[in-house]
Design a binder for this molecule. Structure first.
Ligand code: 5GP
Length: 184
């Protein structure tokens, strides 16, 4: 069965429009997977998926990798269910693997203010990894409050609240196969 983004849109009055289609997500994801495979050839990087939002991206990204790699998960919270950043980052679930002397790739769904990522880079940096890079699907660059390096960027998007492809609004919409803009 093929999923038609526009069909879904017609059925849900709370989604204003499709910002990035499922086809474009699939293509870009594989380009990013190819870049990672090229850059980490000869290494076995640990992909650190930031839960919950990045789980769909990670699943698609890893299936486009041609190198050996490990995955692990961290859960953090910076938003308390609404659409505004609180600036407070809480670690809800930490890594199980030891990242000392390992190449780490942080896999994020979206970088908005940059506060979460900045905290994560500093915190993981204290564990003496060989390297830390960031792979983020979406970059809301105009919302940045803290400058953070993004080594692999999927799409630059405008300052709008988006859902789908793992991203939620009050735990809903993670299952959408596209990135959509929520009506405010
Ligand atoms: P930052 O700390 O960069 O402001 O926010 C990072 C986190 O906020 C993301 O990992 C994501 O969970 C959440 N976030 C930021 N912008 C959006 C958005 O447009 N939609 C959704 N669903 N979550 C967002």
């Amino acid at each position: 069965m093929t999923y038609d983004d526009q069909d879904y849109l017609r059925r849900d009055p709370l989604i204003e429009r499709v910002l990035i289609s499922s086809d474009d997500l699939a293509k870009r994801c594989c380009q990013m997977g190819n870049e990672l495979s090229r850059d980490y050839d000869g290494s076995v990087p640990i992909l650190v998926c930031i839960l919950k939002g990045a789980y769909v991206f990670l699943a698609d990204l890893t299936r486009c990798l041609s190198i050996d790699h490990e995955v692990d998960f961290m859960a953090v919270s910076s938003y308390e269910g609404g659409t505004q950043s609180t600036g407070v980052v809480k670690i809800i679930k930490d890594l199980r693997v030891n990242i000392t002397d390992r190449d780490v790739v942080i896999v994020e769904d979206i970088v908005d203010s940059g506060l979460t990522l900045s905290y994560l880079i500093d915190m993981l940096g204290t564990r003496s990894p060989r390297s830390i890079r960031v792979c983020a699907l979406l970059d809301k660059v105009s919302a940045r409050r803290k400058d953070v390096p993004i080594d692999y960027r999927g799409f630059e998007i405008p300052k709008e609240f988006v859902v789908g492809y793992g991203l939620d609004y009050d735990e809903k919409y993670r299952n959408l196969p596209f990135i959509g803009v929520l009506k405010q």
